[in-house]
Ligand binder design. Structure first.
Ligand code: ATP
Length: 346
């Protein structure tokens, strides 16, 4: 399925990785041979469940870990030969918020500007511009310790941009944020991407990848198992999806799945899965044959409490590709706008 991992559409490559492997000292093979090219200006999403290898990959691309095998060029610089040049040309927003709570928002950005060697004469203007960009201009002189989790994340993102890098890595930037805070960060990311900055985002939120990314790679067990635009990936799932709600108990869902598979209701290549609510059938012309299935289920004495026909979502793509659903508990965005370290809870 990985047919277009090396596509750049004639643009220069912000990231060019070939055969990248990373094995930790304890023998854990976290990354197992990744080939990937991210063209300049792209909003690229790296999607995977907990432990799939997203952070390890981002760390090898940003010189925090040295790959066990393979080669990586970032902004034209080899991560092994010219790690300093790589670091000068990237921004990195880690999972853990790195703002200093004792400092104001402005002081946090000023500190980063000094650390990144932004010329003194340019600093004040740059800081104002960044505070504005992340909607923190009004609270620029307030201590970061008073900020909500979402505000800290925005401040963190601003500091990652202080040296105006052409490429920014965002490692699960919205984990633990409530939907409102998440949406504001999304707007901000879209804004910096529109300015021409290449973004490499890791996420376990399917809707985040769907909404923001030009192209997505799905990583599973340290390997890329699919790459494409959200629309391309959805097309690969194909057909329509019929969700049928069946109450649990007495193997009702398993029996319903069996009927959907074995009866002559759908084409032979239909895909039937038992879900948290009942069963889900992916098939060409699911709409047309849906009522036949409902009749067959009724004849078998199986209660149906609801049904719905829809186009595939990225959730379906993920399920089809990996055979797993991303943990819905982890993906739910119903947390409060938490502060401090909880923002980065894994
Ligand atoms: P998460 O969403 O939990 O951050 P991830 O997709 O970023 O997951 P990684 O953190 O890259 O995944 O982890 C990939 C694999 O490597 C996991 O099995 C993890 O337990 C293991 N791992 C991560 N860091 C280390 C380490 N320092 N030493 C040994 N194994 C590690």
């Amino acid at each position: 399925m990985t047919d277009d991992t090396r596509r750049t559409d004639g643009r220069g490559a912000a990231i060019d990785a070939e055969g990248v492997e990373l094995t930790y000292a304890d023998g854990t093979e976290a990354v197992k041979g990744i080939d990937l090219t991210v063209p300049e200006g792209e909003f690229f999403g790296f999607l995977g469940a907990n432990g799939a290898g997203k952070t390890t990959t981002i760390k090898t691309f940003s010189t925090l870990l040295s790959p066990t095998a393979g080669s990586i060029t970032v902004n034209g610089f080899d991560v092994r030969d010219e790690p300093r040049r790589v670091r000068e040309t990237i921004g990195y927003m880690a999972q853990e918020t790195s703002v200093d709570e004792e400092l104001t928002a402005r002081e946090n950005i000023r500190f980063a500007a000094r650390a990144y060697g932004v010329p003194k004469g340019e600093r004040a203007e740059r800081i104002d511009e960044l505070l504005d960009l992340v909607d923190l201009a009004d609270v620029g002189d307030k201590q970061a310790g008073e900020f909500s989790g979402g505000m800290k994340k925005r401040l963190d993102a601003a500091t990652a941009l202080v040296h105006d890098p052409p490429l920014v890595f965002l490692d699960e930037p919205t984990t633990g944020l409530d939907p409102k805070a998440r949406n504001r960060l999304w707007e901000y990311f879209e804004r910096i991407n529109e300015r021409g900055t290449t973004l490499f985002l890791t996420t376990q939120y399917l809707e985040e990848a769907d909404q923001l990314c030009d192209r997505i790679a799905v990583i599973m067990g340290g390997e890329i198992v699919a790459t494409g635009s959200p629309a391309e990936l959805k097309r690969r799932v194909g057909g329509e999806i019929l969700d049928v709600d069946v109450p649990a108990g007495e193997d009702a869902r398993e029996r319903a799945a069996e009927i959907a598979r074995e009866g002559d209701v759908f084409d032979a290549d239909a895909d039937v899965a038992v879900t948290d609510d009942g069963i889900s059938v992916t098939a060409e012309r699911a709409r047309e044959h849906g009522t036949d299935l409902l009749v067959a289920l009724r004849d078998a004495g199986i209660t149906v409490t609801g049904f719905n026909i829809r186009a595939p979502t990225l959730d379906d793509v993920f399920l089809a590709i990996t055979g797993e659903e991303l943990d819905s508990e982890e993906r739910s965005a119903d947390h409060d706008d938490v502060t401090g370290p909880e923002v980065t809870a894994e």
